[in-house]
Design a protein around this ligand. Structure first.
Ligand code: GUN
Ligand code: ZN
Length: 434
């Protein structure tokens, strides 16, 4: 692989920015550069210094754009690429009418493979270099998901969903087959190359207590695997869960009583939480996942970021395609900003860009590899153009600070803002805008 010298404005976070003008939490080099080799960041610093060190490396000049770590999406559904923007009432109607029937198609390996390729094209076009995905119930879909990630040398996390009730026949496993298929996938993929497995009981409604128990056994047997599920997204979902699990103290208890909580657990949505649930999420170090575009699209509710943070909880942020409406983590920040505004909470630009890079990496425990541009980390990089559209360029004329420029991209940015995406040092966008 060619050694490269990328030139541009380099921005990388060291810690979570505490205030809108907290410049201590990141490194910013106006005329900066990265040397990348062997898929990793070999050096980062001022261009003037690195040029001497580059020693014949191929130079790519991305000025005046910003070089930042690739974006990380911590909750997305791979078999929902053709479900996005489906007209429905709220969550359960949307699942039953569109999502479940669509996911039955992923039993077909050829279909799953074709869709995996298109799924990754979307992620990379939108600047996402790592995601944690729900595959369909079929082992074939997870195989296609991991095979395509390996081909592209991407750091991807995912798992087949466990679901053994309340869905069409073509979408059900059993406690035993779900256990066996997950175990086989873990053995084949977890820790191989850049792949990680996530044990994935879809949510309480689609798993019997027997299956939830099996998920708990799997998690206990594979402690380095991630675990992901949905929690308290919608009022009808919560009421139905209470009927299905009458012994549970609350929704979270369905997962808690099966030993599924902990720092590896990602709880999609986590909107309508009781105080006891918040206390247990904090105690166990589990991570709620804020899914703004989905929460608005499905009318699910307003994620209370500040309340959870007050309890010491570290929240992740994600698109939740196909309940979510954009692959763009920038559009996710845009809608997230508005959800927090409605609750008199603010998401300033430094925190926003920290969140979709190093912040999400920290929730995954992968901050030594991804989410930063530190020397030695994987060379997953996005190149950001804050004047990507005429409307952005017009607004940018009056911008004087980095914070303002980032905020412009946080609100108006999308795939057009991504001038280039590098995965392990390799440029992914064919028509790079440089
Ligand atoms: N709850 C269970 N499954 C799903 C899903 O596919 N999308 C969303 N948004 N919520 C869910
Ligand atoms: Zn989801």
């Amino acid at each position: 692989m060619t050694r490269k010298l990328l030139r541009g404005r380099v921005l990388s976070f060291r810690a979570e920015p505490q205030t809108p003008d907290d410049t201590q939490s990141f490194d910013y080099i106006e005329d900066g550069a990265l040397i990348i080799s062997g898929g990793k960041i070999e050096a980062v610093g001022p261009y003037a210094n690195l040029r001497l060190q580059a020693n014949g490396a191929k130079e790519v000049d991305h000025r005046p754009h910003i070089l930042m770590a690739g974006f990380i999406d911590t909750h997305i559904h791979f078999p929902q690429v053709q479900v996005v923007a489906s007209w429905a009432e709220q969550l359960l109607d949307w699942l039953n009418t569109y999502t479940f029937p669509e996911e039955t198609r992923y039993a077909d390996a050829a279909h799953a493979r074709a869709m995996a390729s298109r799924f990754y094209d979307q992620l990379l076009d939108h600047g996402t270099t790592t995601a944690m995905a729900y595959c369909s119930v079929h082992k074939t879909s997870a195989e296609a998901y991991f095979e395509e990630a390996a081909k592209r040398n991407m750091c991807m996390i995912g798992g087949k969903v466990l679901m053994d009730r309340n869905a069409p026949d073509g979408l059900l496993d059993t406690p035993q087959s779900g256990y066996d298929d997950s175990k086989a996938l873990i053995e084949k993929w977890h820790g191989v190359g850049r792949a990680h497995y996530a044990i994935t009981p879809r949510f309480a409604i689609t798993s019997t207590p027997e299956q939830m128990e099996m998920a708990g056994v799997l998690a206990a047997e594979h402690r380095t695997c991630f675990v992901q599920t949905h929690l308290s997204e919608n009022h009808d979902e919560i009421a139905y869960t209470a009927e299905l699990y009458p012994q549970a103290r609350d929704y979270l208890d369905v997962y808690e009583s099966h030993g599924l909580l902990g720092p590896k657990m990602f709880l999609g949505h986590s909107i309508h939480l009781k105080d006891r649930e918040i206390g247990v999420i904090a105690e166990t170090g589990s991570h709620p996942v804020f899914c703004p575009t989905s929460n608005l699209f499905l009318g699910s509710g307003l994620f209370d970021d500040a309340k959870l943070r007050k309890h010491g909880i570290v929240n992740a942020i994600a698109t939740d395609i196909g309940g979510g409406t954009s692959y763009s983590m920038l559009q996710t920040l845009n809608e997230g900003y508005k959800i927090l505004q409605l609750q008199r909470q603010r998401m300033h630009a430094f925190r926003a860009f920290y969140w979709i890079t190093r912040g999400n990496a920290v929730t995954l425990g992968l901050q030594d590899k991804i989410g930063t541009l530190d020397e030695g980390s994987d060379a997953d990089i996005v190149v950001l153009n804050s004047s990507a559209t005429p409307a952005m360029a017009l607004r940018a004329e009056r911008i004087t600070t980095l914070a303002e420029e980032l905020f412009l991209m946080q609100i108006m940015g999308d795939d057009r803002t991504i001038a280039q995406t590098y995965v392990a040092g390799v440029a992914q966008k064919k028509k790079a805008v440089i």
